[in-house]
Design a protein around this ligand. Structure first.
Ligand SMILES: [Zn+2]
Length: 157
């Protein structure tokens, strides 16, 4: 999924945890930012493999070409175990920090690996016009709207 979807879903999870009384708005925002940063591995992989640190090239390789191997260990079982252990250790020192890191990471994986197209929306929205090519599944746009609605609902309740 695209970075803004990770941000919105992370923020939605953060707002739910704010409502649960676990932490405040800054923590919810931090969770959303960290949920986006999990995908830094795509950029690092691209930069190291191609010896090219162009953000646009890395973006297009991930967004359009879906290069094999761009998802590093952090997106797989080893990363899951490492991040769970890291979150647990951090939790021992700061419950809020541990919850933020775990929630950011798990929300990211939930978007990447769960089949969100059970809503059955077909097609993609191709957007060109900048160096950053977009090929957004329409079901992802649907979920972005749902996430925004959920965030707004939680903010006004
Ligand atoms: Zn990802």
């Amino acid at each position: 999924m695209y970075p803004w979807s990770h941000f919105l879903f992370g923020l939605l999870i953060g707002e739910i945890l704010v409502k649960a009384g676990l932490f405040g708005q800054i923590a919810a925002f931090t969770l959303a930012i960290l949920a986006v940063l999990v995908d830094l591995d795509h950029y690092l992989y691209y930069g190291i493999k191609h010896k090219n640190w162009s953000l646009a090239n890395a973006w297009n390789a991930g967004s359009i070409k879906h290069e094999k191997g761009e998802r590093t260990f952090i997106h797989h079982w080893k990363g899951f175990i490492v991040m769970t252990a890291v979150s647990a250790i951090i939790y021992l020192f700061s419950k809020v920090a541990g919850i933020i890191i775990a929630s950011a990471y798990y929300s990211h994986l939930a978007l990447d690996f769960c089949s969100w197209n059970f809503v059955g929306i077909k097609g993609k929205e191709k957007i060109k016009g900048s160096k950053f090519l977009l090929d957004i599944p329409k079901y992802e746009i649907f979920w972005d709207v749902v996430f925004v609605a959920g965030i707004l609902l939680l903010l006004v309740l």
